[in-house]
Ligand binder design. Structure first.
Ligand code: M6R
Length: 615
């Protein structure tokens, strides 16, 4: 995690760096800092806390001039979040400056060695070790900064995206990456460096994304040079044209990114199936699937790996794939999968789901499955992300930038893509009739409108939120396709309101969780019209007789649960397999309103970050 940003060129660096940090704050917000060089002085200001705290501090501490600058927003790994551990870090000579996203795993042994050579350390960070290692190499080997960085990185075990400069040679910045993302914006006589392209989209649409184990020497008066860190070979980097625009990364009148992203879901889902779902022709067209159809059809099974909300989307997909395409599916937490010794064969297909495309555990699971011969398919949102590039083929979700740490539109668009894949495979396998296939396509096309309808309950959900905002615990229950939605609803509430919440399959309640139920326990039950509707109604009766407070998510017009529940939130009717796309909407809004009422930081909940690039 952590966000890094840098600038070298003809403009004042500070406004670019500080705005860039604001845009990257989703990556971590334990501390922030900047370093500026104005041709004479190196000025560093850093503080525990957010970018807004940094701005206050900078105003007191330094002048904001200089055409070379780097900045960092931190998600703490080594060392508590405090001023000293904040980045940028400087070398013992005071000449070299670094910002770093990642973890240097062997930093302790490197630090010991450096201490024996007289180096002193101010912070507890691995990053301060790295900058002093670079300095040691530079001095001992009498090499230029780029070479010193390269030699030092070859001694390092871990992950990094770094930017380094030397105040005695301010015409160049060295950047490198392994495992953490790094984009370089190419302007006219100026370069931008960032964890993603958002800090520089108003300045240039041309960017290079460094690959793992690559470094670049950026001289503002020259062309950029990209090299392999290991063998020093020159690389001809691929220049990408950015599709991102400023509007997409602004709040657009909403109080929070999360709320904006919740309301963007009708459009996001439409964008996801645009050009893929061709109802008039009764086909689903997805290049990544067509090109690899044999792999899917001959697969022994599909293994889905993901983390957090993406894992929940994987669980929904398990139900859909098995139901429609009759392909066995296993869904695994990437973090567990990568560290066991799973039985994987060449006939397995692994689907990796990730909004950011940077999640370290998911990336590691992909690499492991590939090494065992599996075909790996990615479902990512961020175009050009590490996972998108590491997989053999894939399908983007096209949700647009998701900035709120709590995933919302990423979840529904992941389910949309996975449903399209399941339907396409079902058609190819002949496990779905042509009339059912057409029915699904028609219904899928109606989902965005139905999401819009579900969003109309917002005011009512605010009232319900007000009633339960002080509860200490919540239970979320669902069955079948909606069991993963219960898990997702509980995760949403936990991560942004800090209220303890658990999701369960409704029928599991009697095996333990029912003991928790009393008059203080709100229980959100997804009780839409479905195959097991009657059984869910029985579960609601059981809760009611133990005085639990029931918030039912029901199908429009349902009177049975309406009579039993304390509150109901209606969603439009749809095919059961597609219902998670609707039932999840009120749960997102419920958690949002509760968190706002509790005055929590909805977009940047404590201890979290949007992109989890550490193990
Ligand atoms: O970018 P990814 O989809 O790989 O991220 C996975 C999880 O870190 C993410 O879904 C996380 O659980 C969200 N904060 C949930 O809202």
């Amino acid at each position: 995690m952590c966000g890094i940003v840098g600038y070298i060129g003809h403009r004042e660096a500070y406004p670019i760096i500080i705005e860039g940090l604001r845009r990257l704050e989703y990556r971590g917000y334990d501390s922030a800092g900047v370093a500026l060089f104005d041709g004479t002085d190196l000025k560093i200001s850093k503080t525990k806390g957010k970018v807004s705290d940094l701005e206050l501090r900078i105003n007191e501490e330094i002048t904001k001039t200089g055409k070379l600058g780097i900045g960092h927003t931190r998600w703490a790994t080594h060392g508590v979040p405090n001023d000293v551990n904040s980045h940028p870090h400087i070398s013992n000579s005071g000449s070299l400056v670094i910002i770093h996203n990642g973890i240097i795993e062997n930093y302790e042994s490197l630090k010991k060695e450096l201490i024996t050579r007289g180096y002193k350390f101010q912070s507890d960070t691995d990053t301060e070790v790295l900058i002093n290692l670079i300095e040691e190499v530079k001095t001992k080997e009498k090499v230029k900064l780029g070479k010193a960085v390269q030699i030092a990185l070859n001694q390092v075990v871990g992950a990094y995206a770094i930017a380094v400069f030397d105040k005695t040679r301010p015409e160049e910045v060295i950047v490198a990456r392994l495992g953490s993302p790094l984009a370089i914006g190419i302007g006219d006589g100026e370069f931008f460096i960032a964890s993603d392209a958002s800090p520089f989209i108003e300045y240039t649409k041309n960017a290079i994304y460094l690959e793992d184990e690559e470094m670049a020497i950026i001289r503002f008066d020259k062309k950029i040079k990209v090299r392999k860190i290991k063998d020093d070979s020159l690389v001809d980097p691929y220049m990408q044209e950015l599709q991102l625009n400023l509007e997409q990364i602004e709040k657009g009148g909403y109080d929070h990114f999360m709320l904006k992203e919740i309301h963007e879901q009708p459009k996001a889902i439409r964008d996801t199936f645009r050009g893929r779902l061709l109802r008039n022709e009764a086909i689903i067209k997805m290049a990544g699937i067509e090109d690899n159809m044999k792999k899917f059809l001959n697969a022994n099974r599909i293994i889905i790996v993901a983390c957090g909300t993406s894992w929940h989307a994987g669980l929904v997909a398990e139900y859909i794939f098995e139901d429609l395409a009759r392909i066995p599916v296993e869904v695994e937490y990437a973090s567990e999968f990568r560290y066991r010794n799973p039985v994987i064969s060449e006939n397995d297909v692994l689907i990796a789901i990730s909004q950011s495309g940077e999640t370290a555990d998911t990336l590691a699971a992909i690499k492991m499955a590939k090494s065992k011969g599996a075909f790996v398919f990615g479902v990512c949102n961020v175009v050009g992300s590490s996972i998108a590039r590491e997989t053999d083929a894939g399908a983007y979700t096209h949700a647009g930038p998701e900035i709120g740490v709590a995933s919302t539109k990423a979840f529904t668009t992941q389910i949309t893509v996975l449903s399209l894949i399941a339907l396409r495979l079902a058609r190819a396998k002949g496990t779905i009739s042509s009339s059912d296939f057409r029915r699904y396509l028609l219904e899928m096309e109606l989902i965005p409108e139905k999401v819009e309808k579900a969003l109309e309950s917002d005011k009512h959900i605010r009232i319900v939120s007000d009633i339960y905002k002080e509860a200490s615990n919540f239970l979320y229950l669902g069955r079948g396709f909606n069991f993963p939605v219960a898990l997702e609803g509980a995760l949403k509430l936990k991560e942004i309101s800090y209220i303890h919440a658990e999701g369960y399959p409704a029928a599991e309640m009697k095996h333990g969780p029912i003991a928790l139920i009393d008059e203080n326990m709100p229980i959100v039950v997804i009780a839409t019209k479905a195959e097991h509707y009657d059984k869910v109604v029985s579960n609601i009766q059981e809760i009611k007789s133990r005085k639990g407070k029931i918030i039912g998510v029901i199908t429009e017009g349902d009177t049975v649960v309406r009579k039993l529940a304390d509150h109901v939130i209606e969603v439009p009717d749809t095919i059961e397999a597609l219902s998670p796309l609707l039932t999840t909407i009120p749960l997102q809004l419920l958690s949002y309103h509760i968190a706002v009422m509790l005055d929590k930081n909805v977009d940047q909940p404590r201890n979290l970050a949007k992109s989890v690039t550490v193990e």
